[in-house]
Design a protein around this ligand. Structure first.
Ligand code: CO8
Length: 300
């Protein structure tokens, strides 16, 4: 049985497997032990853990746009929990295997024309993803290698550090207002904690999607680097954060984030009810349908 408030793990359990390693090449002198690396993958996420550095990379691989569907969120939570419980893992880098897109945010089809039960299950999964990520004991770095609207931005905002590819075509922000919906209080809290009240207030009301250079200017992302240097930079930043003792860093992180996390935990059921009431309004359903239409038209 699953304790209340925890996502049921309805998918097949993920088993760690030794990643296949290449035999020693010219740069790997014979006789030296190979760096241990373990990997697991389900449908939408690939996780690789380098045991020598204690760093895992979680790659989103759910084309076309890495939308955060119920299945994606469930896999995300299972993978993160698995890493959290693995003593060999101290940090996670989040990135995308889909070109030009980090994540397009919550899967809008999960919020359109579905039952109340479905909305409740979906929203609980969104909450769970944020509670686990924002409250993670591990060092978390987002290597944002593409556009990252709404829920995609929330994933990045919930990490300890954000590095983005410097391509001005990639944008990031909480654009909910553009869809005729309102970012929940814990999206807002996370945003305020990164960029401050004034910037968050303006950006949220306008539903702004900020091109990477602009996002960097006001601290929504910490660093910009050329796309080909992104993974290397993420690894360097991670090494810097992992140079500190875990215990002191974890307690400090918890001190900074606890109040915001506790607020959702205390109002979790109410937040689910609010979401169901809001999302099932005909006017909101109409806005979402029109938005999906607009996405399709833009394509043709
Ligand atoms: N959900 C579901 N499907 C999506 C989503 C999404 N978030 N985003 C894109 N798609 C679909 C498109 O409809 C399209 O489908 P199809 O191929 O069937 O026509 C396909 O993915 C590819 O999309 P594009 O052709 O637009 O791909 P591009 O590479 O040109 O652009 C973008 C990629 C930039 C990601 C673009 O698709 C985009 O802007 N998407 C919308 C992003 C967005 O606004 N997301 C917000 C989601 S809401 C959210 O995350 C928080 C909600 C909080 C709820 C609060 C309620 C109370």
């Amino acid at each position: 049985s699953v304790p209340p408030g925890v996502l049921p793990l309805c998918h097949q359990p993920l088993a760690w497997g030794r990643a296949t390693r290449q035999p020693p090449g010219p740069l790997q002198p014979p006789g030296l032990p190979l760096a241990p690396c373990r990997a697991f993958s389900n449908n939408k996420i690939l996780v690789e853990l380098d045991e020598s550095s204690g760093v895992a990379t979680m790659k989103f691989k759910s084309p076309p746009v890495n939308s955060l569907s119920l299945d994606f969120l469930t896999e995300f939570c299972i993978s993160l929990e698995k890493l959290e419980n693995d003593r060999a893992c101290r940090g996670v880098i989040f990135t995308s295997a889909v070109p030009k897109i980090f994540s397009s945010g919550l899967d809008i089809t999960e919020m359109c024309g579905k039952s109340m039960e479905h909305y409740a299950e979906f929203w609980r999964a969104v909450q769970e993803m944020w509670l686990r990520l924002y409250g993670s004991n591990m060092v978390t770095v987002a290597a944002v290698n593409g556009s990252s609207p709404a829920g995609g931005c929330l994933v990045a905002l919930s990490c300890d550090y954000r590095i983005m590819a410097e391509n001005p075509k990639f944008s990031i922000g909480l654009n909910e207002a553009q869809l005729g919906i309102v970012a929940p209080f814990w999206f807002k809290d996370t945003f305020v904690n990164v960029v401050g009240h004034r910037v968050a207030e303006r950006s949220l009301q306008l539903g702004s999607l900020h091109p990477a250079p602009e996002a960097h200017k006001f601290g929504l992302v910490d660093e910009l680097v050329p796309e080909e240097k992104l993974q290397e930079k993420a690894a360097a930043v991670m090494a810097q954060w992992l140079a500190l003792p875990d215990h002191a860093r974890q307690l400090t992180k918890s001190m900074m984030r606890k109040a915001v996390l506790d607020r959702l935990v205390a109002h979790r059921e109410e937040d689910i009810q609010n979401f169901i009431t809001f999302i099932s309004k005909e006017s909101i359903q109409k806005s979402l349908r029109m938005y999906m239409e607009m996405l399709k038209k833009k394509k043709s």
